[in-house]
Design a protein around this ligand. Structure first.
Ligand SMILES: Cc1cc2nc3c(=O)[nH]c(=O)nc-3n(C[C@H](O)[C@H](O)[C@H](O)COP(=O)(O)OP(=O)(O)OC[C@H]3O[C@@H](n4cnc5c(N)ncnc54)[C@H](O)[C@@H]3O)c2cc1C
Length: 305
């Protein structure tokens, strides 16, 4: 925020039809339940509202997408600029043909996989186990059980930082493991996924199998950010963390999960600084023990206070 003569200068923001909130706390909106506020939180009414807003917004102001915050540490000083959260108007799933769905950027993995089951479309079951939105899946190349978004994505529709609406083909997204080349400040408003024909009952039993495997192996009801580190080539991150003696390691109320050592937990009152410091300590110990440098999978956004 700019300061002149000790007073904040609030930039004039374009008018919106959705909801625009100043100084909006983000902790309630993310899985870790920690961190500061967004300078502005924008929940657009529809795609045109988002396009018009971004087209009229000072290009200097940073813009970031937010889904369910299931892979995010929001730093305690908050996020400068505008955080765009796609709510109910974007939680849609539309059947295009026998094996293809167009899904809104705010649709959850459970909604997409359930709609695919009802439409007799197999191959999308893995999204049942990833607690995020289509926007986050496309950005992160989310995956589980041997499949990832790049295996089912045909194209994604985005609104660029300039406000221009654009369709990106699979090849444009430059996918690698848990990474995409989504342009800076672009918001994913929909994605087209293709599976293959399947029996709804068989699809449901695959979804049930995935859900119960998850339940057994991950701390699903905790304040967490999912897998903290990417699996380095030839290694499992959880194993390296375990071998470095970090199972259960704590800084304040931040702890390495006992159940799954690639998950960090907020046991209650941890700050984002404590959670991030714990992650860095794990990286240090793993490097010392095994020589491997772990790379963060969790996105860390915002500023330190
Ligand atoms: C219990 C648990 C289990 C998990 N298991 C898995 C797993 O098996 N596999 C896996 O891949 N991940 C897993 N995750 C991590 C997480 O669910 C995924 O990364 C998911 O894709 C994040 O989606 P989200 O919508 O919540 O995104 P967020 O966490 O809100 O954001 C993640 C990133 O995506 C960007 N983003 C979000 N929405 C948009 C949008 N509309 N447009 C542009 N950018 C956007 C954000 O800016 C940020 O960079 C797990 C997390 C938890 C808590």
């Amino acid at each position: 925020m700019n300061l002149a003569a000790g007073r904040a200068i609030v930039p004039a923001l374009p008018p919106v039809r959705g909801r625009l909130t100043a100084d909006a706390p983000l902790a309630p909106l993310v899985w870790f339940k920690s961190g500061g506020a967004a300078e502005w939180l924008f929940e657009p009414a529809d795609i045109d509202d988002l396009c018009d807003f971004l087209a009229g917004l000072d290009p200097e102001i940073p813009v970031m997408g937010l889904g369910l915050g299931s892979n995010l540490i929001v730093r305690d000083g908050g996020v400068p600029g505008v955080v765009v959260r796609l709510g109910k108007p974007f939680a849609t799933v539309e059947r295009l043909d026998a094996t293809t769905l167009r899904c809104g950027g705010g649709a959850s993995g459970i909604l997409v996989s359930s709609a695919a089951r009802d439409a007799g479309i197999a191959g999308v079951e893995f999204l049942r186990s990833i607690p995020g939105t289509v926007g986050g899946f496309v950005r992160m190349n989310g995956g589980a059980y041997g499949r990832e978004v790049k295996d089912i994505l045909i194209e994604a529709e985005v609104v660029l930082r300039s406000g221009e609406r654009k369709t990106l083909a699979l090849a444009d997204l430059g996918y690698t493991y848990r990474h995409s080349a989504l342009p800076e400040g672009a918001i994913v408003v929909s994605a087209t996924f293709r599976g293959h024909p399947g029996e709804p009952a068989a699809i449901q039993s695959e979804m049930d199998r995935i859900a119960s495997e998850r339940e057994a192996s991950q701390p699903l009801r905790s304040k967490t950010g999912g897998s903290t580190f990417k699996n380095p080539d030839g290694h499992k991150a959880w194993q390296l963390v375990d071998q470095a003696g970090c199972r259960g390691l704590k800084i304040g109320d931040a702890q390495v999960s006992e159940k799954h050592t690639n998950f960090l937990l907020n046991l209650g009152g941890a700050s984002s600084a404590q959670i991030e410091a714990l992650g860095e300590e794990v990286r240090r110990r793993v490097k010392e023990k095994s020589g491997v440098t772990l790379e963060w999978e969790i996105q860390r956004v915002g500023i330190q206070p």
